[in-house]
Every structure is written in structure tokens, then in C-alpha cells.
Design a protein around this ligand. Sequence first.
Ligand SMILES: Nc1ncnc2c1ncn2[C@@H]1O[C@H](COP(=O)(O)OP(=O)(O)OP(=O)(O)O)[C@@H](O)[C@H]1O
Ligand SMILES: [Mg+2]
Length: 113
Amino acid sequence: MKLITAIIQPDRLDHVREALIQADITRITVSRVTGHGRQEDIEIYRGQRIAPNLIPKVRLDIAVNDEFVNITVDTIIEKAKHGTGEVGDGKIFITPLEECIRIRTREKGGKAI
Ligand SMILES: Nc1ncnc2c1ncn2[C@@H]1O[C@H](COP(=O)(O)OP(=O)(O)OP(=O)(O)O)[C@@H](O)[C@H]1O
Ligand SMILES: [Mg+2]
């Protein structure tokens, strides 16, 4: 199992979600977050480095069985991009997921996901 965390532009959220559902990825957590990537350069003001402004982003957390990683990542990349790709379009992090437990039934692992 893997946890796929994607940070995307808010205006792409519905597009990404619709495509994920078409690809049978129907379970998702969506959070409104803020952040900055590498373009939001650290400005120097009077010799001091200033933290850049935080930009609104959307975070997707999707836990999947291993065979769904590629389709999930490909779908997010295809639908989150503006045109052929612009700075700030986002980033995807993939982490190993040790366990998943459905509270209602106590099922564990891949069948609980
Ligand atoms: N290394 C990181 N750690 C944590 N969050 C990150 C990291 N890189 C990017 N993010 C988050 O993802 C958002 C989108 O990042 P962004 O797409 O600007 O990445 P980038 O590395 O600057 O690439 P690009 O050059 O395409 O803009 C950021 O606003 C921030 O919230
Ligand atoms: Mg950036």
C-alpha cells in the first residue's frame, strides 16, 4: 500500500477528482492548504531573507494498493497540469503505507483500503 499526497492548484481540483473517479479511484481526502515551492524566491530586503507569501493550494491524500499507484499518479499529472505544464502546477509525494484499518469492521490492509 502507498499513500499518495498531491499538492495541486485549487482550480484543477474538480477536474482531477472527476478523472480519478472515472479511473475507479473513489476514496480521497481533500484539504485546503497553503505553501510555497521553489519559484517563490526568498527575497532579500535590507540584507535580511524574507519568507515568501503563502499561496493557497489543495492537498489530496489517496491511499491505494500498489497496483493503483501508476494510474493514480498519471491521472493527477494529466489533469492537474495547466496546458503543457506551468510553474506551480504542483507536486506528488509517494510514501509507503504500513497499515490501513476500517473502523467499522476492523478489516485491515489492502481489503480495507
Ligand atoms: N519539497 C517540498 N516540501 C513540501 N511541500 C512542497 C515541496 N515542494 C513543493 N511543495 C508544495 O507544493 C506546492 C506546489 O509546488 P510547486 O508546484 O511550485 O513546486 P516547485 O518545486 O516550485 O516546481 P515548479 O518549478 O514546477 O513550480 C507548494 O506551494 C508547496 O505547498
Ligand atoms: Mg514552484
